[in-house]
Design a protein around this ligand. Sequence first.
Ligand SMILES: Cc1ncc(COP(=O)(O)O)c(C=O)c1O
Length: 408
Amino acid sequence: MPTNWPFPRVDSLAPYGFGVTDEVKARVRASGADLIDLGLGNPDRPLSAPLVQRLHEAIDVPENHRYHLGTGLALARGAAAKWYARRYAADFDVEREVIVVLGAKEGISHLCLAVLGPEDVALVPDPCYPIHRGAPLIAGAAVEPYAVRRGLSPARALGDAIERVLRRGQRPKLVIANFPHNPTGIVLSKAELAEFVGEVMRAEALLLHDLAYADFAFGAPLAPSVFDIGIDASRVKQFAVEVISTSKSYNMPGARLGFMVGGARMIAALGHIKSYLDYGAFVPVQRAAAWALEHAEDVPRELCALYRTRAECLVQALGRAGFPELPKPEGTMFVWLELPPVWRALGSVGAACRLMERAQVATSPGAGFGPGGEGYLRLALVEDCPRLEEASARLGRLLSEDLGLARP
Ligand SMILES: Cc1ncc(COP(=O)(O)O)c(C=O)c1O
């Protein structure tokens, strides 16, 4: 019996970004050390009581226990459309332009599977949340990275990447974007996002925008949507979709749900492929998410304030601990830390392992977010300020030790 068949799709996928340091983390945990885990962006706060109540109520109804076929509860799609209408100058036809997904990650994966094939090229941010690069690769397409970093215009970086693809005699088919951006925390203004979308339009490409951090822009009331940037939304719908998620905004990562909105053709393509792949999200989760979008505006507002306080707290504490000054956090739930020169030779994976073993602080190595993440660590803001200060102090002590500096 041959057991050594190649698994081409899996064999060509690098290990998942957050998994590379898991073994060391498990070892440090098993030693009984007090590990401060700032690795995964896994919200630490529980669901709010009214949301738990909505889930309970819906679970108590037997007809909510069945498969739910189709594009999601009309009630949930309607709540997403109302959410958009309340926040942005953007209206969506709930029958044709909105679909429920099992979280943003699932929506992104299957949208790529639906629209990309082996001849296609997708432009993806670098660094990026791993599925932004992984989904086109899983779909068999090639990826061309465009750089995302502070001080660089994203439109310019995208334009350069498009040029590279065109020079090879190819055409970019899909641009994946994510602002507010994981892992760098970069937030774009409406004008910057419009300039970026202008590049997509010039290239006549499709656009998939991941707006999972819609509620976590620290300097503005809202992070911009690609459907409200001063370009007629009906024009943008011809080539774009956007995905939002309840995971981070409502602390629902365990009962997560997402909504993809935008052009009817792309939404129908996603619905078509999903009709083979899943039977919809658990109805109580859809009902709770719909309720959250319509009635729980205070939750994302409070969470945004919490992450902002934590970000400021961590940045200041790292500064006091001897790290070079970090830029003021703009949004998301992460701090993107450039490795100090003394740790650069270790690489981000080596540095993350050393920090875990010697300081009992877990971070995500930048390399897990793509080649452009090398030289950085991502710190998730999933602990309160005293723990973040303790983590910074431990990292500062290790830094001093490695610099050969004696601490008083
Ligand atoms: C940019 C981004 N998109 C999507 C997700 C996952 O969203 P969901 O839980 O809805 O799949 C995350 C989670 O960390 C993320 O950072």
